[in-house]
Design a protein around this ligand. Structure first.
Ligand SMILES: [Zn+2]
Length: 274
């Protein structure tokens, strides 16, 4: 799209908005991890990880960011909710979670049931468990934490994979959907209640829909997303990427598949979503 036209379109949307629309910052953490930074409460999703389970294949937060999450400083000053989509080590870390939980107050955590079991296996006490919301498998649920509204959906990660939860998170009137690692059919999403869901920003791994018309159609039927944030990019190009022209080429392709898409890979970089 021509740059000038894009600017005009943005102005038109702002002028037509009936009331002062909310604006929320979305900040990249690492891998598929993001911080949704609201005025009074912020949500960290898939970003609290310390142990490298994959020999550097996936990015982890820096020590500075991990410290800021624990001390609730910088971007993380009003951190209220920490969420993980599933228990894989590039989205969830039981020991880092326990450390965080024991060092903070005023933070609630939400995890799939099998990730909570992993916390218990690593020493989570019954008292500590009171701060955790357990998301049941194959069920749609919702909860509120500090004026943040969260709806959960069963989003399939694929065969022989752990429970994966898709979260629709609404902060200051702006809605985000994080799919976690998705490898789902349209039928599976339909049965999970993911049908033309309105979201201001859809955060999903870049490989879903990449060079795959059926998956792309599934995305477009499952969500009405104003903005798509393709994520889960490896810090270094992977050998398989060569056949698609390399990482930069893949990023261009993925972006071009949607009307509005934005890629943020830098730690701590924020964009405004409204
Ligand atoms: Zn995974």
């Amino acid at each position: 799209m021509h740059k000038g036209f894009k600017t005009m379109a943005v102005i038109a949307v702002v002028a037509l908005a009936p009331t002062a629309a909310g604006a929320v910052e979305l900040c990249h953490v690492a891998n598929a991890g993001f911080l949704i930074k609201g005025n009074d409460a912020s949500v960290l999703i898939d970003g609290l990880m310390e142990a490298d389970q994959y020999r550097g294949r996936f990015a982890l937060p820096s020590t500075n960011h991990l410290n800021a999450m624990t001390e609730k400083t910088g971007n993380y000053e009003n951190l209220s909710l920490v969420i993980s989509t599933h228990r894989h080590g590039d989205h969830f870390d039981p020991l880092a979670t326990l450390k965080h939980l024991r060092a903070t107050t005023g933070v609630t955590y939400a995890y799939p049931a099998d990730a909570v079991a992993s916390l218990e296996a690593n020493g989570l006490s019954a008292h500590e468990k009171q701060r955790i919301i357990t998301v049941p498998d194959a069920t749609q649920t919702d909860f509120n934490v500090d004026h943040v509204t969260v709806q959960t959906f069963d989003v399939d990660h694929g065969p022989n994979q752990p429970q994966n939860v898709g979260y629709r998170i609404t902060v200051d009137g702006v809605s985000f959907f994080h799919t976690g690692d998705i490898n789902a059919s349209r039928q599976q999403l339909e049965s999970a209640g993911v049908n033309a869901l309105d979201v201001d920003a859809l955060i999903m791994p870049f490989w879903f829909g990449h060079q795959d018309p059926e998956q792309l159609a599934t995305i477009k039927q499952s969500w009405n997303a104003k903005l798509v944030i393709p994520t889960h990019f490896n810090p270094k190009p992977q050998p398989w990427m060569a056949q698609f022209g390399g990482l930069a080429e893949i990023q261009e392709n993925v972006k071009g598949a949607f009307e509005r898409a934005e890629i943020i890979t830098e730690e701590g970089k924020c964009i405004t979503v409204e």
